[in-house]
Design a protein around this ligand. Structure first.
Ligand code: ZN
Length: 238
């Protein structure tokens, strides 16, 4: 029987990705990182907790935690050996701007990334998970291989359109392993998330590491890149 192809992707390039890539490298796990090239900073910004006695309102928080940010210069080294993909330039939402203008932002991020890594970056993740039929068509026309949404499907090979690609689950889904086993029926398992969702809570990081270790040690599974499974998840190509 063919091995289960396991793919994962992570969004927004927070400083927390440094801890994530360490875990992934430890287990030889492949992954794709979806990057907003225009939101990277000049100097690395470390994570910190909101402090009401000394509040910093210049950054955005996730559950009172600022997950930090990487720099454009970091991309090549931090994500070396991983796939990187466009997540628009400034996290532009496809449902709230004219689609001709929007697609330029998706392509702009891709061109900046391709310039840095000197190879094609044909992956895409929809900012906020929002897309429209028009922007899906634009994405395909612009040569992207897929556009990952925040919607879910049991068998990712049943996706009707890789430009509106649904995954199996979020990495923190408590039914992660049930979904993983079920996915063996179709041959591909895809999960996603943001490393900032693990904050600086060791328990969250340990739970992720257990999943990555389990998959790496599963003789019936192999890590793949999203770009490699995209054609299998494109009803429009079948
Ligand atoms: Zn995002």
């Amino acid at each position: 029987m063919a091995k289960l192809k396991v793919v994962q992707c992570w969004d927004d390039a927070p400083y927390n990705d440094l801890r994530l890539v360490e875990i992934l490298r430890k287990y030889n796990a492949k992954a794709t990182f979806n990057i907003n090239t225009g939101l990277l900073v000049e100097q690395r910004r470390k994570p910190f907790w909101f402090d009401y006695k000394n509040p910093d309102y210049s950054v955005g928080y996730f559950n009172n935690f600022y997950p930090g940010k990487l720099t454009l210069k970091d991309i090549k080294e931090v994500y070396d050996g991983f796939e990187i993909a466009s997540h628009c330039h400034m996290h532009e939402n496809a449902s709230t701007m004219p689609h001709a203008e929007w697609i330029k932002k998706a392509v702009q991020a891709r061109e900046i990334l391709e310039d840095i890594v000197q190879r094609p970056c044909r992956g895409f993740a929809w900012p906020c998970g929002d897309y429209t039929p028009e922007t899906c068509a634009e994405l395909r026309k612009a040569g992207f291989a897929y556009g990952r949404t925040t919607k879910y499907i049991d068998f990712v090979t049943d996706n009707e359109d890789a430009m509106a690609l649904r995954t199996n689950c979020h990495f923190m889904n408590y039914q992660f392993f049930q979904k993983y086993e079920k996915a063996k029926e179709c041959g591909v398992f895809y999960f996603w998330g943001h490393s900032y969702e693990m904050l600086d809570y060791d328990k969250y990081w340990d739970l992720l590491e257990e999943k990555i270790a389990y998959i790496s040690n599963d003789p019936d599974a192999e890590w793949c890149n999203v770009i490699d499974i995209a054609p299998l998840c494109d009803g429009k190509n079948k």
